[in-house]
Design a protein around this ligand. Structure first.
Ligand SMILES: Nc1ncnc2c1ncn2[C@@H]1O[C@H](COP(=O)(O)OP(=O)(O)O)[C@@H](O)[C@H]1O
Ligand SMILES: [Mg+2]
Length: 303
């Protein structure tokens, strides 16, 4: 789900793709849209609140938190969306004590030339930009999406296949995180990764909480399908028939189990775009269109 910035990210150094002030009504939605196993959201919200509310006090203890939560799992399992939702939920809970700045960082938006510009930009982000942003409000949440692009596991990254820059970027990220923790204990860093095995061990060690999101199980696939159809029917009432056909939803769910959540949710859209007449009037969508969209999505099975 795209979030709108309060200021154009272009005003910020490379790597930052969004800066938002939370809580904000238009950021409601992501948290509830992702279906997770019982207890996962409570744990996530609990850890986020603990770090932001008591980070300074906890910093005096042995085993003080690093202020880092990592979500790992296959692409399309809701990691980025859940982090965006978490930022809003944490900001809402802390609103009586002041607003929250939510900063989104895309590692792919750093310069990646061979002259060390990428690692230097990462270093500046943590030593200058984030502390400056954090000084403006009582709470700051930083989302580093697809962090494996920055925190490449140094033990397995070979110097032949990975430019030295990769190693420098990992070092820059780790020292940057430590610096940020010391200077700004009121900052919570959220990281996502599609590939935990590629993330540097020292980075994983720093995480106060690592949560793994798996592919949705069958009941979850069924709920995603039901919600996607119901949502589409609010825009195109002609879809109310298929949206309330429980036997159809159950049949589709049987066949879609094994797909990631993003692909399941996109099935409705893909069925709507499968024929020009349905595209022009999505209310014409039939059960057969949905079945065909599932056929197109699944790998061909040997006969
Ligand atoms: N568990 C889930 N429950 C509901 N929707 C999901 C789930 N997982 C993925 N989705 C759908 O897929 C979309 C993409 O998820 P995203 O957060 O980009 O995944 P990731 O960051 O893991 O690649 C979500 O906005 C949501 O519509
Ligand atoms: Mg993502």
């Amino acid at each position: 789900m795209a979030l709108s910035s309060v200021r154009p990210a272009a005003n910020y150094p490379p790597g930052i793709v969004g800066v938002h002030t939370l809580p904000a009504d238009h950021h409601e939605g992501p948290w509830d849209s992702i279906i997770t196993p019982p207890g996962l959201k409570e744990r996530l919200l609990g850890t986020g609140l603990l770090i932001l509310r008591h980070g300074r006090a906890l910093g005096q203890l042995n085993g003080a938190p690093h202020g880092l939560i990592l979500l790992s799992g296959p692409p399309g399992t809701g990691k980025t969306t859940l982090c965006q939702g978490l930022a809003q939920k944490v900001a809402l809970a802390l609103a009586p004590r002041g607003a929250t700045t939510f900063v989104e960082i895309d590692p792919h938006a750093f310069p990646s030339d061979m002259l060390g510009e990428g690692p230097r930009a990462v270093g500046r982000l943590f030593s200058d930009t984030l502390p400056e942003l954090a000084a403006r409000r009582p709470h700051t949440i930083v989302l580093v999406d697809e962090i494996e692009a920055l925190a490449v596991r140094r033990s397995t990254a070979s110097f032949e296949t990975n430019p030295v820059d990769v190693h420098r970027a990992t070092d820059a990220l780790l020292s940057g995180l430590d610096l940020l923790r010391r200077s700004c204990p009121q900052v919570l860093v959220l990281g996502t990764t599609n590939f935990a095995a590629a993330v540097d061990e020292a980075f994983l060690d720093r995480a106060d909480l690592v949560l793994r999101l798996g592919l949705p199980d069958r009941p979850t696939v069924e709920r995603i399908l039901r919600e996607a159809l119901a949502e589409a029917a609010t825009v195109f009432p002609g879809l109310l028939g298929v949206a309330s056909d429980e036997a159809l939803i159950s049949e589709l769910a049987d066949r879609c189990t094994g797909l990631d959540g993003r692909r399941v949710r996109k099935l409705v859209l893909s069925a709507m775009g499968s024929r020009p007449d349905v595209a022009l009037d999505p209310g014409l969508l039939t059960a057969a269109d949905l079945r065909a969209a599932v056929d197109a999505e699944l790998p061909a099975r040997p006969q």
